[in-house]
Design a protein around this ligand. Structure first.
Ligand SMILES: Cc1ncc(COP(=O)(O)O)c(C=O)c1O
Length: 320
């Protein structure tokens, strides 16, 4: 096995807490606590990716996501900490009065390029073309694809299995539930569990891609990682379950019943969930596990994303 190197940004280990909600106890892994500006799941992948960018002597990182992308925000801030500049290619509208993550992207000095949905479909080509232009100007660029989800980036979530092993008896755990956008978090967990020889399922709540697309993305990433880093284990399809149908309102929207749950959860536990990922994933977790009182056997992974709340202030405030 070849274990890649990383740069250290995140506050880890993040706590594994037992929380009581609605009379049911459950386990929650607090990856919303990985840092403040750098909070959430993305920073774990960026530790590997920014190390690689520095190793390749990059001057800039390019990356991409939605206009409220948590990944882009974390990448911009991690790059700044590592002394790199950043340019980000976002699906959405620019604003002179930006909210949430877009606001942070700007105050951390990122060059922001906004693309419409059609342009965004070709964002990888756009980034690599722009990289050629930078090369011509003598600038080296490291391109980080959507969500930092590469076979290198997902090592961030292989590490989480090692962390969890020290925090609980994983033999008593049947599943780990997380939101899936680009699929790297779920893929890292899947690879990490297989590597540790643990028969625990990963439940991925797809918020961006349909079930077939996200299944393929997760399996390809996990299997690609096993191949690239010569891990001595196989990825079994049966250990991945996609909990589909929890983002029918669309990636950039959130239904009122989910906002109601987020508010109720915040008021009774003090834990805030975000509108694009963890709010939807927790809704799925509640329906499938918490309501059946299975919360101590299935870990909910809080992947952060809290600055996204400020991009949805109106929706949060409208509901009582
Ligand atoms: C807060 C949050 N949770 C979960 C995810 C999903 O992670 P992944 O892209 O690795 O599937 C993301 C990013 O996409 C995110 O920002």
């Amino acid at each position: 096995m070849i274990k890649p190197k990383k740069i250290y940004f995140a506050n880890v280990p993040t706590p594994l807490q037992v929380i009581n909600f609605n009379g049911n106890k459950f386990l929650i892994k607090r990856d919303d606590f990985t840092g403040v500006e750098l909070s959430g799941n993305k920073i774990r992948k960026l530790e590997y990716l920014i190390y690689q960018a520095k190793k390749e002597k990059a001057d800039y990182i390019f990356t991409t996501g939605g206009e409220q992308s948590n990944h882009a925000r974390a990448a911009v801030i991690a790059a700044a900490q590592a002394g790199l500049k950043s340019k980000i290619f976002l699906w959405g509208k620019n604003s002179s009065n930006p909210e949430g993550n877009l606001f942070l992207d700007k105050i951390y000095g990122a060059d922001v390029v906004c693309l419409n949905k059609k342009e965004f479909a070709g964002v990888n080509e756009i980034m690599f073309e722009e990289r050629k232009n930078y090369f011509k100007k003598g600038k080296n660029v490291y391109v980080i694809p959507e969500g930092g989800s590469t076979t290198l980036g997902i090592w961030g979530y292989i590490d989480v299995i090692d962390e969890l092993k020290k925090q609980t008896d994983l033999k008593k755990i049947k599943g780990i539930v997380c939101a899936a956008g680009s699929g790297g978090t779920a893929a890292g967990l899947l690879a990490g569990l297989a590597f540790a020889g643990l028969d625990i399922k990963v439940y991925a709540v797809n918020v961006l891609y349909n079930k077939t697309v996200i299944t393929n993305k997760i399996l390809n990433l996990a299997r690609g990682c096993v191949w690239d880093y010569k891990l001595p284990n196989e990825i079994t399809e049966d250990n991945l379950v996609v909990l589909d149908g929890y983002s029918n309102e669309g990636y950039k929207k959130i239904s009122s019943n989910k906002i109601n749950l987020i508010k109720k959860f915040a008021n009774s536990t003090g834990i805030l969930l975000d509108p694009a990922y963890t709010g939807k994933a927790f809704y799925a977790y509640k329906e499938n596990f918490l309501n059946k009182n299975l919360g101590t056997k299935y870990i909910f992974l809080h992947t952060g994303g809290l600055f996204g709340v400020f991009g949805k202030r109106k929706e949060y405030l409208e509901l009582k």
